[in-house]
Design a protein around this ligand. Structure first.
Ligand code: UGA
Length: 348
């Protein structure tokens, strides 16, 4: 039986992973987060031990549990591009500094650490598909503060890799490529600033009747359904015959490579299949905004990013299976049927 420590357990990845572990294994999860609203399914389970706390404050609890557990997932991070531009130092302090302390304790107590790197580390790499071992990591100049997230994550990737090389740290770096699904972010109007594209678009349809395509929406992303991502993480935690030890894995879906414009159109088409929301989807306007005017002058963007998943296939025996259509349906079922998120705009 494994003991797993998840910091940021109430996040999109942490909460979905915890539900999966409770439902399909005999593992124990010790989790910390500042909130627990996404943990309804697992809360109260005898193998799930939750404590409300902040990783920058509750350091004793964390050190004690790193000693006690077998596998550590430090999932706390700011992961929304608008904040990279508006509050870059907070991104550095949390995503890099706070997580470095945790990584060092994993080295000290010889614990296995599974660190969430990111598709963003590849930046504006020109490779058709991004490869963990051969792709160049290409970032813009320092005044383009958007890259502070990518750079913070990349530096920790390099530190973890070096600890593996020099001190035998047992680690896996996994790189989510635009994971989407239920519980990604809240879609009520108050939380908009801290939301990623899909949930922001859902919120825009429900509350504003307008979707803004940044720089025309020709930039592309490979969208990955959360259950596929969690399947890969389960294999990484299992780590049969050390297959994931000291390896880096892109966890993405190369078949779901769409421009943001195409993505918005697919979302609106799907929305119209829900009778209560058909009229507002039909009335939603699509406008084009300039990236630097929208996010701030230190914004810059990646034009495309498609993962190679050959390593994940070879070492984990994992491949994503969920199409874009299915991913959007499952996500909208959650927000529009299960949560019944009310629309606050009136269709014309
Ligand atoms: C994201 C975030 O950095 C992280 O969540 C994560 O590490 C990584 O990528 C990932 O999930 O793989 P990005 O894809 O740029 O970065 O973030 P989104 O906010 O989801 O935006 C996707 C695209 O939609 C961007 O090109 C953005 O300019 C565009 N967008 C966003 C719009 O056209 N309109 C909007 O209103 C919002």
């Amino acid at each position: 039986m494994k003991k797993i420590l998840i910091l940021g357990v109430n996040g999109f990845i942490g909460s979905t992973l915890t539900d999966k572990i409770m439902a399909t294994t005999d593992w124990e999860v010790y989790g910390m987060d500042m909130d627990s609203d996404k943990l309804e399914k697992s809360k109260g389970h005898e193998r799930f031990h939750f404590v409300e706390g902040d990783i920058t404050i509750n350091k004793e609890w964390i050190e004690y549990h790193i000693k006690k557990c077998d596998v550590i997932l430090p999932l706390v991070a700011i992961a929304t591009p608008s904040v990279y531009v508006s509050d870059p130092l907070r991104v550095f302090e949390l995503d890099f500094e706070a997580n470095l302390e945790i990584v060092r304790q994993c080295v000290k107590y010889k614990k296995r650490v599974l660190f969430p790197s990111t598709s963003e580390v590849y930046g504006m790499s020109q490779d058709e598909t991004f490869n963990e071992e051969t792709s160049q990591l290409v970032l813009g100049p320092i005044n383009k503060q958007r890259w502070i997230y990518s750079c913070s994550k990349q530096m920790l990737d390099r530190v973890i890799y070096a600890y593996g090389d020099k001190e035998g740290l047992d680690y896996t770096l996994f790189r989510p490529f635009n994971w989407i699904g239920p519980r990604l972010d809240r879609v009520d109007s108050q939380k908009e600033g801290s939301s990623r594209a899909l949930t922001l678009f859902i919120s825009n349809i429900l509350h504003h009747g307008e979707i803004k395509l940044v720089n025309g929406g020709d930039q592309r992303r490979s969208f990955t359904y959360i259950d596929d991502g969690i399947e890969a993480l389960m294999k990484i935690i299992e780590n049969k015959e050390g297959c994931a030890t000291r390896r880096i894995f892109n966890i993405g879906n190369p078949k779901n490579d769409y421009s943001i414009k195409e993505f918005v159109n697919m979302l609106l088409t799907k929305f119209k299949e829900y009778p209560d929301y058909k009229a507002i989807a039909e009335a939603t306007k699509i406008t084009v905004v300039d990236g630097q005017q929208h996010y701030g002058k230190s914004y810059e963007d990646a034009g495309f990013r498609v993962p190679s998943v050959e390593n994940a296939k070879k070492y984990l025996g994992w491949e994503p299976t969920t199409s874009m259509d299915e991913a959007l349906k499952k996500t909208l079922d959650y927000y529009l049927i299960e949560q019944k998120e009310p629309a606050t705009v009136q269709a014309a």
